[in-house]
Ligand binder design. Structure first.
Ligand code: PDD
Length: 283
């Protein structure tokens, strides 16, 4: 497919990045993952706002304004044939003269890279077996740093946690920091108890998911009681339902946690209601 690199649209095979790039050497960069449905980036403005925030928080100058990013996204999607895609954006602090923890002085141009891949869960997909059957998750100690609200490409801890879950036959790790649920290794977490929906409040310990915001909005719009509040890890064990949300997996029911069934072990009624609203909204 076609990728975007520093001003040019080129074939993926032709794209070249220096090994001195700080993204490669130091994980010094931020990223976004934007779902594209029928050729249209979903919640693009929200993703671009979060990207601008990530850039600010790591002291990188935003190389484009909103209109510029929107144009690049639309062109890359068009060049890749539209349809259902996952659109990836990465900005690193660029190519330093030497490997140095300090920022390059004078500053160098950031590296801007964008690519697309097939979206693993095309919409509408509530009838997909993996979704209707639910997935398994395990709880793990949240070993990540103190700024998980920044969408940083330094993902080593997230990768180790996700792989530990995969090795255990689970699809995701649900992370626990000091007795409280933060989020999944690459998703946000919701819990349903007695018909009410709960998710941890925004903090430096979790990413403000665009899908998380959408779930909260849909609950409010359709009169499903939803609350942002700290979730104790112990509450997971007697939840009626647990959900994961992310741009690439929508809202996914967790039906087994740490080897035990969640609720009756099948996707719950509240999830089914929400998933229908979600599909209706995206179509
Ligand atoms: N990850 N929390 C973490 C740690 C994440 O990596 C993600 C998404 C989310 C959900 O955010 P959103 O709803 O905006 O996708 C929460 C993306 C998909 C990834 O890294 O591939």
């Amino acid at each position: 497919g076609t990728v975007y690199l520093n001003g040019d649209f080129v074939d993926a095979d032709q794209a070249r990045i220096s090994p001195m790039d700080r993204g490669f050497l130091l994980g010094d960069g931020v990223y976004e993952v934007i779902p594209v449905f029928n050729g249209v980036p979903f919640r693009l403005d929200e993703h671009l706002q979060r990207l601008a925030r990530s850039l600010r928080e790591v002291r990188l100058n935003d190389p484009h304004d909103g209109a510029g990013w929107r144009r690049l996204c639309q062109e890359l999607v068009a060049r890749n044939g539209g349809g259902h895609l996952s659109l990836y954006l990465q900005i690193t602090r660029g190519v330093g003269a030497t490997r140095d923890h300090g920022f390059p002085e004078p500053p160098v141009a950031p590296t801007v890279f964008m690519t697309t891949s097939p979206l693993p869960v095309p919409v509408p997909a509530a009838d997909q077996p993996a979704r209707t059957a639910g997935v398994a998750a395990i709880t793990l100690d949240d070993i990540r740093w103190g700024r998980c609200d920044i969408k940083s490409v330094s993902l080593l801890a997230n990768l180790l946690l996700r792989q530990q879950a995969l090795d255990a036959g689970a699809a995701e790790a649900i992370l626990i920091r000091q007795g409280q649920v933060t989020e999944g290794a690459a998703s946000n977490v919701f819990l349903v108890r007695d018909g009410a929906i709960h998710t941890p409040p925004l903090s430096h310990h979790l990413l403000g998911g665009i899908t998380r915001d959408l779930v909260i909005e849909l609950c409010q719009e359709h009169g499903l009681p939803v609350r942002e509040r700290p979730l104790q890890a112990a509450e997971l064990a007697d939840a009626d339902e647990i959900w994961l949300s992310s741009s690439t997996r929508d809202v996914l029911p967790v039906t087994r946690l740490d080897g035990q069934p969640v609720g009756d072990g099948s996707p719950g009624d509240t999830w089914k209601t929400l998933a229908n609203h979600y599909i209706g909204f995206k179509r």
